[in-house]
Write a protein that binds this ligand. Structure first.
Ligand SMILES: *[C@@H]1O[C@H](CO)[C@@H](O)[C@H](O)[C@H]1NC(C)=O
Length: 265
């Protein structure tokens, strides 16, 4: 039960975006810097919390590997999320293979299989870099930045994979539930009837007694279709659907735990 609750929370929060991809990581702007380095940037959007760049020079990226360049950017600069490298000397013909990871509103999104072909390198008089010193300041310090960055990124990849696994799992559960529902609904007694026994409210009308317990004790507004009293004074009653029955059972498990009324199903 706890697992299901947890699952449904995760689904409410994480799946809509994971499945429908309401946000798409934009194609990044990549600039070659002079005398060395390059800059990768995307424009800020409300809710973006992290921008990660992973790339390698003249080498294909092996899946979602961290790559030769690997950094999480946690602070935007002038409305941009910017990764900068200041050490790599690029020449025409070089290829930067990369993938991006963006966290927006606590959900992760990827831009996969990026490829940037270096066509021309700006003249060395153009000092393009160092315009965004704060962009990397949190993660680019010399004290163990790579470990931090890689850990974090692995964690994010892990979370993404988990969300996908959960989506598949839920699809399976949904299918199973559908089949079980069909099976149950073949038999109205199984799918709609159950019984209250024990110390019941002292009313004559059986349906009324069942309805009073459901409304008063369980706090539900599920309607009782009909009911009949058995020889042992217990009351068998029928609900409109399997869904109603499941609802009543779930609530009764908690609400009737110390009660003199028992639900038999
Ligand atoms: C409710 O009504 C149906 C249809 O008339 C009947 O078959 C069933 O036995 C009734 N159930 C109870 C619990 O009285």
């Amino acid at each position: 039960m706890k697992r299901l609750l947890c699952l449904s929370l995760v689904l409410q929060v994480a799946l809509p975006a994971a499945i429908s991809q309401e946000f798409t990581v934009p194609v990044p702007r990549i600039q070659v810097l002079s005398p060395r380095g390059f800059r990768v940037s995307i424009p800020d959007q409300d809710g973006i919390q992290l921008f990660a760049f992973h790339g390698s020079l003249n080498k294909p990226m092996n899946g979602l590997e961290a790559g030769e360049f690997s950094r999480d950017i946690l602070i935007k600069t002038d409305g941009q999320w910017v990764f900068e490298d200041h050490t790599t000397k690029l020449k025409p013909g070089d290829v930067i293979n990369y993938w991006l990871f963006v966290i927006k509103d606590r959900l992760g999104y990827r831009y996969d299989n990026g490829e940037f072909h270096v066509r021309d390198v700006p003249p060395s008089s153009t000092i393009l870099y160092n315009q965004h010193p704060s962009a990397e300041s949190t993660t680019n310090k010399k004290d163990k930045p790579e470990i931090y960055s890689n850990c974090r990124c692995q964690m994010m990849t892990y979370v993404m994979n988990k969300v996908n696994d959960l989506a598949l799992e839920v699809e399976k559960l949904r299918e199973n539930t559908g089949v079980l529902q069909e099976l149950m609904e073949k038999n109205e007694m199984v799918s709609q009837e159950m019984k209250f026994e024990g110390v019941l409210p002292p009313y004559e009308d059986a349906a009324y007694v069942a309805q009073v317990i459901i409304n008063g004790k369980l706090g539900l507004s599920v309607p009782v279709l009909n009911a009949s009293r058995n020889n042992d004074n217990s009351i068998t009653f029928r609900l409109a659907s399997l869904g109603d029955k499941v609802t009543v059972i779930k609530v009764a498990k908690k609400e009737l735990i110390n009660s003199k009324i028992k639900l038999i199903y």
